[in-house]
Design a protein around this ligand. Structure first.
Ligand code: C2E
Ligand code: MG
Ligand code: MG
Ligand code: MG
Length: 291
C-alpha cells in the first residue's frame, strides 16, 4: 500500500464492496438511457502499417461520460453491461457509428477499415451475423473494411456457440482478429482452429519489451507464429520510437498506440486525419496518408 503526501494509506479511500456493487448496479440500470441521451460515444484510435506508417484504419473504442461518476472506463462498464442482455445494444451502437465513419471515408476516397470489439455474449448470438449484414448494407460498406476483435477467453467461454457465428461472419468477408493475444489460453493449436485473419499482441508485452527480455521474446514469437499461420500481426500499446523500431525489425505488420495517437473523439480523429492526408498527384480518388 502506497502512502499519500499526507501519509494516509491510499486504501483508506478505497470504495467498500457495497459501494462497488451499488455503482455497478447503477451503471447497468442507467446504460440504455445513457446511450439515448448522448452520454455514450465512440472514440477512434488509428492503426498504421509498418514500416510505411500509412494509416490503414482505426479501432472504435466506447466511452461513457457519466453525469455523476465522470469518465467511466470501458474496462468497468463493458463487463457490467455484458452481464445483462444489453450488450447487443452496445455492440449495435458502436458498429453503427463505426460503419457510418467508414462510409464517410469512402465518400472522400479513403479506403480505411474499422475495428469493433465484440463481447462474449455477442459471439453466442446466432442472430448477430444478420444484424452485421444489415448494418453493412445500410452504410454501403464492403465487409472487408469491417474487423471484429474478439478475445480468446470470449471464444473459449463457449466455443460450440461462438464458432458457428465466427464462421458465418468470416464467410461474409468480415475480418476477424484475436485481441489481447498472449494473455489467455493462447496456443498454436487453438489459433489454427479459429477462422481468424489477424492477431493483436497484448499491450502488456509491447509495453514491457524495452525493459524485459521475456516480453521481447513473447512479442517476437507471436510475430513469427502469426506469420507462419498467414495472419496479419498487430501490436497494440506502441508508446515510443524504440518499441516501433523493434517491431519493424521483427517484421510486425501494424502498430497501434499512444506513439501514433491516443483514442480521439470523432471530431478530433477527423482533424488528425485531415492533417495527414496527402492527395497523390494525378490520382483522382486515391489519397495517401502518412505520419
Ligand atoms: P482493447 O480492445 O484491447 O483496446 C485497447 C486498449 O488499450 C484501449 O483501452 C486503448 O485506449 C488502450 N491503449 C491504446 N494504445 C495504448 C498505449 O499505447 N498504451 C497504453 N497503456 N494503452 C493503450 P480502452 O479504450 O480503455 O478500452 C479497454 C477495453 O475495453 C478494450 O481493450 C476492449 O476490450 C473494451 N472495449 C472498448 N470498447 C468496447 C466496445 O465497444 N465493445 C466491447 N465489447 N468492448 C470494448
Ligand atoms: Mg480491441
Ligand atoms: Mg487489446
Ligand atoms: Mg483489453
Amino acid at each position: 500500500v502506497r502512502a499519500t503526501s499526507e501519509g494516509e494509506p491510499l486504501r483508506a479511500y478505497a470504495p467498500s464492496m457495497g459501494q462497488i456493487f451499488l455503482r455497478r448496479f447503477q451503471l447497468v440500470t442507467q446504460f440504455r438511457s445513457a446511450l439515448e441521451s448522448g452520454q455514450v460515444s465512440v472514440h477512434y484510435q488509428p492503426k498504421v502499417a509498418l514500416p510505411s506508417r500509412q494509416v490503414i484504419g482505426a479501432e472504435a473504442l466506447v466511452r461513457w461520460k457519466h453525469p455523476e461518476f465522470g469518465r467511466v472506463d470501458p474496462d468497468e462498464f463493458v463487463p457490467a453491461v455484458e452481464a445483462t442482455g444489453l450488450v447487443d445494444v452496445l455492440t449495435d451502437f458502436v458498429m453503427d457509428k463505426a460503419l457510418e465513419r467508414v462510409s464517410r471515408w469512402i465518400d472522400r476516397g479513403l479506403r480505411m477499415s474499422i475495428a469493433v470489439n465484440l463481447s462474449v455474449r455477442t459471439l453466442a448470438d446466432e442472430e448477430f451475423p444478420n444484424r452485421v449484414a444489415a448494418a453493412l448494407t445500410k452504410h454501403q460498406v464492403p465487409p472487408e473494411l469491417l474487423t471484429f476483435e474478439l478475445t480468446e477467453s470470449g471464444v473459449m467461454a463457449d466455443p460450440e456457440r461462438a464458432l458457428p457465428v465466427l464462421r458465418r461472419l468470416h464467410t461474409m468477408g468480415v475480418v476477424l482478429a484475436v485481441d489481447d493475444f498472449g494473455t489467455g489460453y493462447s496456443s498454436l493449436a487453438y489459433l489454427r482452429q479459429l477462422p481468424v485473419d489477424e492477431v493483436k499482441i497484448d499491450k502488456s508485452f509491447v509495453l514491457g519489451m524495452g525493459t524485459d527480455l521475456g516480453d521481447m521474446a513473447v512479442v517476437r514469437s507471436i510475430v513469427e507464429l502469426g506469420h507462419s499461420l498467414s495472419l496479419t500481426v498487430v501490436a497494440e500499446g506502441v508508446e515510443d520510437d524504440a518499441a516501433r523500431d523493434q517491431l519493424v525489425s521483427m517484421g510486425c505488420d501494424v502498430a497501434q498506440g499512444y506513439l501514433i495517437s491516443r483514442p480521439l473523439s470523432e471530431e478530433r480523429f477527423e482533424a488528425w486525419l485531415r492533417a495527414r492526408t496527402v492527395q497523390v498527384r494525378g490520382a483522382r480518388d486515391e489519397t495517401v496518408l502518412t505520419l
